[in-house]
Design a protein around this ligand. Structure first.
Ligand SMILES: [Zn+2]
Length: 89
């Protein structure tokens, strides 16, 4: 998945992340592994996207290097695994 970011988020600081959920039963992510807990995503889960960087797209690499918004490759993780926050309060 790709989405636009202004910079890769610093490790250990998870601010202004989008929270998606609850995950629908027909989500394409159902059954994939969360990198945080190694459990599969299921319906009802809350997730977020972590930007990794511009990937191998030279145009997006140049934007990232210039510090402007670019399209980033990203991975999905459980909201609680990434932020530590319980999405249900
Ligand atoms: Zn997880």
């Amino acid at each position: 998945m790709k989405f636009y970011v202004k910079s890769v988020i610093d490790l250990g600081i998870r601010k202004n992340l989008p929270c998606f959920g609850p995950m629908a039963t027909d989500s394409v992510f159902i059954g994939q592994l969360c990198p945080g807990c190694q459990k599969v995503f299921g319906a009802g889960d809350y997730v977020t996207l972590i930007a990794l960087g511009p990937g191998n797209d030279r145009v997006e690499q140049k934007k990232a290097a210039a510090g402007v918004e670019y399209k980033a490759i990203a991975v999905e993780g459980h909201w609680q695994c990434i932020t530590g926050e319980d999405p249900n309060g």
